[in-house]
Ligand binder design. Structure first.
Ligand SMILES: [Zn+2]
Length: 416
């Protein structure tokens, strides 16, 4: 066989075998037999809530369950040119965040807490959007850790063993999280290290790297030319299977693990030898946000992340309002719990989202129950970490959900 033909064949097999292409295709035709939810026995607090609209109910979740907290949307994991390798200055990043309509930005420049020492959190305090400064630490082998809730004077050289870096973050009271856990370029492989409190269960850059290949470019490039960059980002909204599997593996070990949706936004993409200013900060901030139940201060956001009171979503498909709560078993127990909380065995888990959402409940990576029309109830008779995934549905044909798009992911409720 001529060598050029062999090369062509090899490229064709590589391209057709690219996971992203088949994932994207499969996602459009989701087969989801619905297991009927057991009937919900209303508790006293539920009966009192009857007739309350969803927006009021959301306000109530913030009001009665967590004081004056409300759902705030954040753009997480952002780089600037002032402190590391992003394309824009702090001012440009914050302008883009304002244009995108997010409530706060979590800055994570490489191996530095200097933006905090320089007083940037104070500069944006009380404004919308406000700014939170974290650190992205490079460990030995080139993988990354996010270090949140850190003191401004923290200094730590890149290239240390992952466990040494985690211990250094914990020693100053910080929150270590695995960044880009299953990235093609920078995968995390120190899963036996201890002390990490969670991971980026969705990272937009990882998703983009997985799904942009020769085959997908054939339709992404015309889409970009005709409909623009945000349309391309919408086309990339696929289920981050590998990162979710890593999260589920940790949860199945009985660990409490926080899941976040992150961007790794640089507003720069290397194509060939040149760097291009894509995707823009603004469009990245519109694509994926983490919704956090908190008051608008860095301290409250950190506390809510630590508590797992958050979910993350492809908000470029539509801003997703999602609730996941536990109601105590009939006859007593604790009050209403929310994502991140513990609930007793026998508690009823309820998830609510928009009418157009298919909701799937997962435990240890296995689908437990699914329900359309944005409402799901399930009595949790066995312990474990239960989390919900929401899908935006085009139309339902029997067990097939046509045009289904992964939309949002909650943190777990831990049934103990
Ligand atoms: Zn980064």
């Amino acid at each position: 066989m001529a060598s050029s033909l062999r090369t062509k064949l090899r490229i064709a097999t590589t391209v057709l075998g690219a996971r992203g292409f088949w994932d994207a295709l499969a996602g459009r035709f989701l087969w989801q037999p619905q297991i009927p939810s057991p009937p919900l026995v209303p508790t006293k607090s539920e009966t009192e809530r009857e007739g309350v609209g969803q927006s009021e109910e959301r306000a109530e979740a913030g009001g009665s369950v967590r004081g004056s907290a409300t759902w705030l949307r954040g753009a997480l994991h952002v780089h600037t040119c002032t402190y590391s390798d992003g394309a824009g200055t702090i001012e440009e990043v914050m302008d883009a965040a304002k244009a995108a309509g997010v409530d706060f930005v979590l800055l994570t420049d490489h191996n530095t807490m200097r933006p905090k020492a320089d007083g940037l959190e104070e500069r944006y305090a009380g404004q919308t959007p406000f700014l939170i400064v974290g650190d992205e630490i490079t460990v030995k082998g080139g993988a990354f850790l996010l270090a949140l809730d850190m003191p401004g004077e923290f200094e730590f050289a890149p290239g240390h063993d992952p466990q040494v870096a985690i211990d250094a973050i914990l020693a100053v009271g910080g929150l270590p999280l695995v960044s880009l856990p299953d990235d093609m370029k920078h995968p995390w492989d120190a899963w036996d290290a201890t002390g990490c409190e969670g991971l980026e269960a969705l990272n937009l850059s990882t998703v983009a790297r997985e799904h942009i290949n020769l085959l997908s470019l054939a339709w992404l490039l015309p889409l970009w030319k005709s409909k623009g960059e945000l349309a391309v980002l919408r086309a990339l909204c696929t289920r981050p299977d590998a990162s979710l599997a890593s999260w589920d593996r940790l949860l199945a070990l009985g660990k409490k693990q926080i899941g976040l949706g992150a961007l790794d936004a640089h507003a720069l993409m290397k194509i060939g030898k040149k760097k291009h200013p894509i995707p823009s900060y603004e469009n990245s901030f519109r694509a994926v946000t983490t919704h956090i139940l908190a008051t608008p201060t860095p301290a409250a956001i950190h506390a809510a992340i630590r508590a797992g009171h958050c979910y993350f979503a492809y908000d470029c498909l539509g801003e997703l309002a999602l609730e996941f709560r536990s109601l105590p078993p009939p006859g007593g127990g604790q009050g209403v719990g929310i994502m991140g909380d513990e609930a007793p065995v026998g508690a009823t888990l309820t998830a609510t989202g928009p009418e157009t959402a298919l909701l799937r409940l997962y435990k240890a990576g296995e689908g437990v129950v699914a329900a359309g029309k944005g409402t799901l109830h399930y009595r949790a008779e066995s312990p474990g970490a239960y989390r919900v995934e929401a899908y935006l549905v085009g139309a339902q044909r029997g067990p097939f959900f046509v045009g289904a798009r992964p939309w949002g992911f909650t943190n777990p409720i831990y049934v103990v």
